[in-house]
Design a protein around this ligand. Structure first.
Ligand code: FMN
Length: 426
């Protein structure tokens, strides 16, 4: 990745000197860095140092007439691809969480329509203080990416979490924040991350802020139901459609909790992932993730589990009879829960009478939409594990049949529909 524009806000922490190294590394990778220095930050590094390293003007005041005429402060925050706060002091995190805009840095942070990455650094007690914990939680809920600080010996002589991560790690986080989920796209489209995009497929997720401030819960993948410590019952779900939906929701600004069954997929940037194995674990993880504004239950959850044996079943005599026990119905439970998300979307994988079964499922489960797909294809051509999906969106208003699309495009369309539904008056 190269040629991105980064607005770097440097707060008043002892780690401010590391921002100098960060600028150097980012420029070496071809990015442009423009610095904003807080009054606190100016006690630790000088505008001259930052200007020399960035070869750009450095901005320090909201009230600088010359700066304001040359480029209004709102424009400064909008011209960037990413706003990075490094070091993010406890004070800056608190102001960001509260929406305080009393200097150039905080005003830019409130005015920006670009993604924000905060890299905290502070004394361990400040980091662990209930107020800072609350502020970080609020910011993450608002769609700000807050890096976890490193743990170790601190300048103040204490030990614990609070150190600024190494500049190389920050560069990695910056480039991840600037990358539109390449692994999901490549995985879904079946090609290497840096290969040329296949003709006719979408190459990047389209970012917009339609879901900022919303929490969306997504489940994806299969479940594994143990028979004994080495064997399990599974299904052919790959998790690709659910992961693509999680990625598409995240780039629209949602806070996404992705409850994933056993799959070989990387986590989309900005998504909180909870790995589970069985349907019962998935049900518990879904419950623990509430409250949410919407839930999209894509996972192919096993209907039954086995009373698993504690030891490996030995091959001796007649084959063992497996007694199947019904699993919790996650979709129906969530749809009837007192903590029901405003929008509950279920998926239905059917091999025949797809729409009729989906309509019956919508009524039976009590959800708002069913995304139905035909999984009857032969192995290798099936939707399960494949790159494309042809779906019917079944709602109380009727049935929409979408053309066959790459899973990422199904995800994009569905994420847009979810954003529309959540912004309609309740
Ligand atoms: C020597 C010294 C080191 C400091 N280091 C930090 C720090 O690492 N992290 C932090 O959050 N605050 C630190 N502070 C406190 C901040 O400088 C103070 O809260 C200031 O108001 C932050 O301003 P700003 O958030 O506008 O940059 C330090 C203060 C001093 C005097």
């Amino acid at each position: 990745m190269t040629g991105k524009r980064i607005l770097l806000i440097i707060g008043g922490g002892i780690a401010a000197y590391k921002a100098c190294e960060l600028i150097r590394l980012l420029r070496k990778r071809g990015h442009t860095v423009r610095c904003v220095l807080t009054a606190g930050g100016a006690h630790f590094v000088t505008p001259m140092t930052l200007a020399a390293l960035s070869e750009q003007p450095v901005h320090t005041s909201l009230w600088e007439l010359k700066d304001e005429i040359e480029m209004g402060h709102i424009e400064l925050s909008r011209q960037a691809d990413l706003v990075v706060v490094c070091p993010a002091t406890a004070d800056l995190l608190a102001k960001m969480a509260a929406g305080i805009a009393d200097d150039l840095a905080t005003t830019l942070l409130l005015a920006t329509d670009k993604p924000v990455l905060a890299v905290p650094a502070m004394n361990v007690r400040m980091w662990l203080h209930a107020t800072t914990r609350r502020n970080v939680e609020t910011l993450r809920g608002d769609g700000v990416t807050v890096m976890a600080p490193d743990e170790g010996a601190m300048a103040c002589g204490e030990f614990g979490p609070g150190r600024l991560p190494e500049p190389e790690a920050i560069v990695g986080a910056i480039e991840t924040a600037l990358t539109p989920s390449p692994f999901v796209l490549s995985d879904i489209e079946g090609r290497a991350a840096n290969a040329a995009p296949a003709t006719g497929t979408s190459t990047s997720l389209s970012a917009n802020g339609g879901l900022i401030g919303k929490h969306v819960l997504v489940t994806a993948g299969p479940t594994h139901e143990p028979i004994d410590p080495v064997r399990y019952i599974a299904n052919r779900s790959s998790g690709k459609q659910g992961f693509a939906i999680a990625a598409a929701l995240a780039v629209r600004g949602a806070r996404v909790t992705l409850v994933a069954g056993p799959v070989a997929l990387a986590t989309p940037p900005g998504v909180d992932r909870v790995d589970v194995e069985t349907a019962r674990e998935m049900a518990a993880a879904v419950d623990a993730a509430l409250p949410a504004d919407a839930a999209v239950l894509v996972a192919a959850v096993a209907d039954w589990h086995v009373e698993a044996a504690g030891l490996k079943i030995k091959k001796a005599g007649a084959p063992p009879a497996l007694a199947l026990v019904e699993n919790p119905d996650i979709l129906a439970t969530l749809s009837h829960s007192p903590r029901r998300p405003r929008l509950v979307v279920g998926f239905a994988a059917e091999t025949n009478d797809v729409v009729a079964h989906a309509q019956a499922k919508l009524a039976r489960k009590g959800c708002d939409w069913i995304v139905a797909n035909d999984v009857s294809g032969a192995r290798g051509q099936s939707v399960m594990g494949g790159a494309d999906n042809a779906i019917h969106l079944v709602t109380a208003d009727g049935v929409e049949t979408w053309p066959t699309l790459p899973k990422i495009e199904v995800a994009e369309r569905l994420a847009d529909r979810i954003a529309d539904a959540l912004t309609e008056p309740a």
